[in-house]
Design a protein around this ligand. Structure first.
Ligand SMILES: Cc1cc2nc3c(=O)[nH]c(=O)nc-3n(C[C@H](O)[C@H](O)[C@H](O)COP(=O)(O)O)c2cc1C
Length: 359
């Protein structure tokens, strides 16, 4: 089993399980995101995922962190953690995005990654007058887009006349001084998402689901033709870890009850969602808190149970766990203190770069 890595979802749109929690005020500010990621790094977490939304997909009037400018700033402030920024191909030309990715790769010293997500929030595009083609046409666009970004970030001189983009001897410099190019993650569950992950991604992100489903999804994608290094697998999950299973279940019930208050917002989100997005079809069949599957991954239980389940996911092929917690900062600490040691993970040394030096 490859060594397991842990990441935390940055709080780009506040709390992940319930927006009205007396223990976790709504906060999507840069200050909160910065402090969370710096603490995660100090605790020994390996990665952070910064979701991309130009407008808050749950509460249109509430704050939303901007992913790419924040990723650049986090890259400068941290020294060890992997900074992963999501990107919806329909929002940026591939040349511009590849250039930004290479710049953040340099700022981070070789710790930057993109997470290609093919968009579900129709309103985000429609209200800006941007095209939002059908699900599979979006993936065809995303495939052409990612092919260009992959080649450009590797430093290839790209001449391609595609369906959507036409590039003439385009070369970006500098490329990464640390490796061939920034890492590519992909989050999406549909058939074209799986095909694209096998073809062009380095790591496929799976939504939180029971282990049998995750194992079968990994089997499906692993069996696909692929050139180069084997594909890695990441899993999104919301964790509720306590001394006893009963305490964890009680906290789960608390969050489920609080999440009831978000139902009107969820209805708006549902109305804005492309019904063909497989992720939401899967999630509609499950009961959970958190986003992207959340507690459906089953990481609700005693410290020992959580460690055992993570170990089982690891044996099924998951190498990176991208975690959600609520309240975020105290649960982030609890997980590092209680679960890391049970899995033989040693907390990382404190970040070498002092904040004062980084400014
Ligand atoms: C780990 C992970 C992270 C994601 N991050 C984002 C995101 O930042 N922004 C977004 O709009 N969608 C995000 N998504 C949702 C994808 O956009 C969604 O799955 C996509 O529409 C693909 O649809 P499909 O499931 O039909 O392939 C994420 C999905 C996963 C699994």
């Amino acid at each position: 089993m490859a060594s397991i890595r842990f990441g935390v979802w940055a709080p780009v749109h506040g709390p992940r399980a319930a927006a009205h929690d007396p223990l976790e005020p709504y906060d999507a500010s840069w200050a909160h995101n910065r402090a969370t990621v710096l603490e995660a790094e100090a605790l020994g977490y390996d990665a952070t995922l910064i979701a991309q939304h130009t407008v808050n997909p749950h509460f249109a009037e509430r704050d939303q962190l901007e992913a790419w400018t924040s990723a650049a700033a986090l890259a400068a402030l941290t020294s060890r953690i992997e900074v992963i920024a999501a990107i919806k191909p329909g929002l940026f030309h591939p040349v511009v995005l590849a250039k930004m990715a290479l710049q953040i790769e340099e700022i981070s010293g070789g710790r930057f990654a993109i997470n290609l997500v093919n968009a579900w929030n129709q309103a985000e595009f429609a209200k800006a007058g941007l095209p939002f083609p059908d699900h599979d046409a979006r993936y065809a666009y995303g495939r052409e887009w990612l092919g260009l970004v992959e080649a450009l970030t590797r430093g290839e001189t790209v001449t391609r006349d595609g369906e959507h983009f036409s590039l003439d001897a385009y070369t970006l410099r500098p490329t990464s001084r640390h490796r061939a190019r920034p890492r590519i993650y992909l989050g999406g569950e549909s058939e074209p998402a799986r095909a694209l992950a096998a073809e062009l991604a380095d790591v496929w992100f799976i939504n939180g689901q029971p282990i049998e489903t995750v194992a079968s999804l990994i089997g499906d994608v692993k069996a696909r033709p692929r050139a180069g290094e084997p594909l890695g697998f990441g899993l999104s999950a919301f964790v509720i870890a306590r001394e006893t299973e009963a305490e964890a279940r009680a906290e789960h019930r608390r969050l489920i009850a609080l999440a009831e208050q978000d139902k009107p917002a969820k209805a708006i989100q549902k109305a804005n969602t492309d019904p063909k997005v497989v992720m939401f079809q899967t999630m509609a069949r499950q009961s959970f808190v958190g986003t992207n599957g959340g507690t459906a991954a089953g990481l609700v239980g005693s410290y020992d149970q959580i460690a055992e389940r993570i170990d089982a996911f690891g044996r099924a092929g998951v190498e990176l766990f991208m975690l959600q917690f609520q309240p975020l900062r105290s649960e982030l600490r609890r997980f590092a203190e209680e679960i890391f040691p049970r899995l033989g993970k040693i907390a990382a040394p404190a970040p070498a770069k002092l904040q004062s030096e980084a400014r």
